[in-house]
Design a protein around this ligand. Sequence first.
Ligand SMILES: NC(=O)c1ccc[n+]([C@@H]2O[C@H](COP(=O)([O-])OP(=O)(O)OC[C@H]3O[C@@H](n4cnc5c(N)ncnc54)[C@H](OP(=O)(O)O)[C@@H]3O)[C@@H](O)[C@H]2O)c1
Length: 328
Amino acid sequence: MEVHAVTDLMTAAVLERFGGPGEFKLTRIPRPTRINDELLIEIHAAGVNPLDAKTRVGQGVSAAVDSLPTVLGHDFSGVVVESPYDAHPLQPGDAVYGFIPVPRYSGSYAGYASVPSLCVAPKPVGLSHTEAAAVPVAALTAWGVVTTVAKAHERQRILIHAAAGGVGHFAVQFAAYFGAHVIATASTRNLEWVRSLGARETIDHTTHHFEDELEDVDVVIDLVGNLTHQVATKSLKVLRKNGLIVSVPSGSWPTMHEEAAAAGVRATGYRVTPDAATLAVISRLLEQGSVRPHIDEIFPLRDVSAAHERIETGHVRGKLVLDTTVLP
Ligand SMILES: NC(=O)c1ccc[n+]([C@@H]2O[C@H](COP(=O)([O-])OP(=O)(O)OC[C@H]3O[C@@H](n4cnc5c(N)ncnc54)[C@H](OP(=O)(O)O)[C@@H]3O)[C@@H](O)[C@H]2O)c1
């Protein structure tokens, strides 16, 4: 594989101030310097997540942004340019993907990133860079809630809200893979598609009230939250006694514990973390074709503002990805 020459400058979509999608500016900035266990990676594609948009407006993880301009973007796929030491398992020329802990580290909306080794895994064989960049945050979140928290298994009834989104489309596939009976909410145009991913029942959230149609659900994975139509609170009604609701959108349901206790069910939030070892497990499912990422749209890096406008509609199917190799 060709390894490109390292230059001191790189092109990046920098966020000059917190605000709307138009606040990004494509510019040349110094590439990050690799230290300690980090890998310097040439970024080929960057995934776009709702968290990026929340941070862009001054929410999300913006409290830890030390100074502006800054570079956003947690998800990446690319090629190692510099490795920490000769015997490191990842070496220059290796195709890799992963999850950058932004803003502690500079993000993936750029030509290069320097990323801690524990956040980087070999790119799944058979996936393109754009496909791989669609995976890390969404799939690690889905894996965490479906396997670690919900412990998905046969004869378990799991309701997944926002099953057609980035996290949701992986959550449906993981839960179905482990034998759970998946019930999915989505809009009309996505119902057949989420069935094709493994959902056994679907409910159209634009025409039906899920809370009137379901009961005795074991686990609700809520990827919508209480800010939209009180989806979290309404979900309490469909759970069996002592069932579990996992509320994924952080901060959207401050009264979660009180409401859950009053309803006789359990409730928890969830926080995803970069984790190369788990990503390597997910890679195996991707490589054997048991799970697949779906990309709704690929944008060149210069159109990052358009990508953020789209993610903010809340109706992306699967993932949006930035191609960082197409430069002006
Ligand atoms: N805590 C964590 O560690 C963590 C990690 C990752 C993500 N998150 C959060 O989790 C949430 C989901 O993330 P994501 O990446 O999956 O978002 P996303 O890709 O933007 O989700 C979009 C999907 O939401 C669906 N949707 C919108 N309103 C709905 C409703 N009322 N009922 C059912 N489905 C609805 C849409 O389907 P239709 O078009 O069919 O309506 C669309 O496919 C976000 O708030 C994100 O910030 C948290």
